[in-house]
Design a protein around this ligand. Structure first.
Ligand code: NDP
Length: 675
């Protein structure tokens, strides 16, 4: 392989490694494979470029436009991913490991693209929660919104996931509308650079939306301000050092940290060696110890098992681990590759030495390594056991970031949860059980200490995603030792790059800001029935008031017999009267909905294509025979869905002859862009 020379991408220019570049030693051969970093980058120029070019360009796009850009980017990367797989073995990773990193990263971007389209507005303001009624008459209201920060997101990533680590941070950042400066870990920066270069070559990103620093960040953090964010993954020591930068502290610059974590996995008390849960535990623990040679922030470090099962688990696991083929990650037979660097191996060996006084070796360890792998950063899967986990401290505080896990026996469920919590805060804790009550007990006693609780058993085994897989839909992060930060979690992850602001004002002011009609804001009348207007012609606030219709007893009886809904409140005067909700027989709620549609619909073929749903339906007042109802239909929100049509959401209210509101809902229709 030619010597790799990953370049930085600063202010629109590619910059080659400089004279003081670091030589990267390959973890498989122990030979130099790349030189990286050392270029004199102008950090202020990079920040200015992001703030003056990337930020404004991204903020000019709507959430949906940015989501579409992410989808196009992910699609583009997917077509070129084999180029990334070709580089992947150089990091020590097998193709399976690479799938977590490469396909996992691209998949994460696809999920954010889809969530952006489905869960965020086709506009510039994200609406957070409902309108708050701050006044009696409704002329002064409150609404929380979120808007993109006007600065730069600095992403500092770890060595273990050179592609996923970049994409899982970039997707929510770009969806939020914030430009990013990505700084990968130097050891595997060539793989990150290859993926980053593809994104630039795709031509899909606005100028300044993403830049890359290969090597060190110089005085970058000293130049950040109140609108910037640092999002860090790596060791607790580096996180502590960086987050206490006086400039970041002074400016309250957001600092999100995801750092090392002593994740636990608990085998439930109900899981005996013949149970599916026991087999699942062994299968997942084997995978957690060996995938990425254990260099996963979510890997199971402590295996907490019933005292009575310790030896059975030790035997079953060591049998599995003994079959793992260790070696060249590019070979098809290999199940586990190398650690990412010789330094990383040295670090793991040192951590094993620290763990030694509290543990015994069940299998693996450096002595079990075959001679032909001695030059590379290889270490066999290593299982330890700690017989006195109450007295132990090192097993709960020292993370060997490699293929190493420790078995800990527990007496009862409370003890198991207590041991899991002694990690001081983790990214994920898992439980293998078939008993819902066990799941509830463990969750209540330990959820506060873990960012994610993964429960697996026979019912979910076939479709479960694995203890160690952070999913873009679910929060990834954890309290305390895990860094106290959060990533992913769908839109929650996007909001880390946005400012939440409480807006207070009249309905018209709030409606103008959010682009959504709210009650009390101005209503307008269109030149035609709204169902005859195209998506673009319909205006937010456009309203139709219908004529009234009287509801008769015949209507109620006809509806009851026609539908089969002969519930006593509609059919039996005496029984209905005895019910505290009703004055006597009343109209069915569904009859009112049907009458409402009959009142507001314009029947001719036109731009309205379909009624796709109804949200937030409530019946507020009963309607008795002889009452009359009329309908108000107001355009509340419009969202482009495809190239042919968009969704129009209507606020619909039904009122009676006294002007009292009897029902309200949001009606969703698909409306064509053409007549
Ligand atoms: P580090 O904390 O040293 O590095 C993480 C990132 O921070 C890298 O990009 C690194 O860059 C960067 N960095 C380090 N110092 C500075 C600085 N002064 N200014 C700006 N950036 C800086 O972690 P390692 O990658 O060396 O891993 C060490 C340990 O961290 C592992 O053994 C493991 O215990 C834990 N870890 C946890 C992970 C997790 O996901 N929770 C992931 C990886 C590691 P550079 O590479 O150039 O030094």
């Amino acid at each position: 392989m030619n010597m790799l020379k990953p370049e930085s991408y600063a202010a629109g220019r590619w910059i080659a490694p400089g004279e003081t570049a670091t030589t990267i030693i390959g973890p498989v051969s122990g030979e130099p494979i790349a030189v990286a970093g050392g270029a004199a980058l102008d950090m202020q120029e990079m920040l200015d470029h992001a703030r003056t070019k990337g930020g404004p360009a991204l903020r000019a796009m709507t959430f949906h436009e940015r989501a579409k850009m992410l989808k196009a980017l992910a699609t583009y990367l997917d077509t070129r991913k084999e180029e990334l797989y070709a580089l992947n073995p150089a990091t020590g990773a097998t193709r399976r490991d690479g799938a977590i990193d490469i396909d996992g990263g691209i998949g994460t971007m696809f999920v954010f693209a889809s969530k952006g389209r489905r869960e965020m507005p086709d506009g510039h303001v994200y609406i957070d929660g409902e309108v708050e009624q701050l006044s009696r008459k409704g002329t002064f209201l409150g609404q929380h919104i979120a808007v993109p920060l006007q600065g730069v997101a600095v992403h500092i990533n770890a060595f273990n996931f050179p592609v996923w680590g970049m994409l899982e941070k970039l997707a929510p950042t770009l969806l939020a509308g914030v430009p990013a400066i990505v700084k990968p870990a130097t050891q595997t920066s060539y793989l990150t650079e290859a993926c980053f270069r593809m994104m630039i070559e795709s031509g899909l990103l606005p100028e300044g939306a993403a830049q890359l620093i290969v090597g060190r960040t110089g005085d970058l953090l000293d130049r950040l301000g109140a609108q910037d964010v640092v999002s860090f993954t790596g060791s607790a020591d580096t996180a502590t050092m960086l987050r206490s930068n006086p400039n970041l502290v002074k400016n309250s610059t957001r600092f999100l940290a995801e750092q090392d974590s002593l994740n636990a996995a608990i085998l439930g008390p109900d899981a005996d060696p013949d149970s599916p849960e026991f087999a699942l535990f062994i299968k997942e623990a084997t995978s957690e110890i060996t995938a990425k040679a254990g260099q996963k922030c979510t890997a199971m470090r402590r295996l907490i098992v019933p005292e009575s099962q310790l030896e059975a688990v030790a035997k079953a696991l060591s049998d599995k681990l003994g079959n793992i083929v260790l070696g060249d990650p590019s070979s098809k037979e290999t199940r586990m590759g190398a650690l990412a660097s010789l330094d990383q191996k040295a670090d793991v060996l040192e951590k094993l030495a620290q763990l030694a006084p509290e543990t015994r070796v069940i299998c693996g360890g450096p002595d079990a390594l075959s001679d032909n792998l001695a030059n590379g950063a290889f270490l066999p899967p290593t299982l330890l056991a700690c017989d006195d986990p109450d007295a132990a401290t090192v097993v709960h505080s020292v993370e060997a970031f490699g293929p190493v896990s420790t078995l800990l026996p527990y007496r009862d469920l409370a003890h198991a949860a207590e041991l899991a919590n002694r990690g001081g805060g983790s990214l994920v804790s898992s439980l293998f059980t078939n008993e819902p009550q066990v799941a509830r007990d463990v969750t209540l006693s330990s959820a506060a200490w873990h960012g994610r609780i993964y429960i697996n058993g026979r019912a979910s085994a076939d479709e479960s995603t694995g203890h160690g897989s952070p999913l873009p839909h679910m929060v990834h992060g954890g309290p305390g030792r895990a860094g106290g930060g959060e990533e992913l979690g769908g839109v929650r992850g996007v909001l880390h790059y946005m400012q939440r602001t409480a807006i207070q004002g009249s309905p018209d002011m709030i409606s103008a800001i959010t682009g959504t009609w709210i009650k009390g804001a101005a209503e307008t009348t269109g030149p035609q029935h709204p169902f005859q207007r195209t998506f673009d012609e319909i205006v937010i606030g456009e309203t139709l008031h219908t004529d009234p219709r009287t509801v008769t007893l015949d209507d109620i009886e006809h509806f009851a017999h026609f539908t089969g809904d002969t519930f006593y409140a509609h059919m039996d005067e005496e029984a209905a009267k005895a019910n505290p909700f009703f004055p006597g027989r009343v109209a069915h709620g569904y009859l009112l909905l049907s009458f409402a549609a009959g009142l507001f619909v314009q029947p001719d073929p036109g731009p309205v294509l379909a009624n796709t749903g109804l949200n937030g339906l409530s019946f507020q007042k009963p309607v008795s025979p002889g009452d009359s109802i009329k309908v108000r239909l107001t355009c509340k929100r419009k969202t482009k869905r495809t190239d042919a049509y968009g969704e129009v959401a209507w606020n619909v209210t039904l009122t009676n002859q006294d002007g009292d509101q009897v029902a309200e809902y949001e009606l969703l229709t698909m409306v064509s862009y053409e007549r």
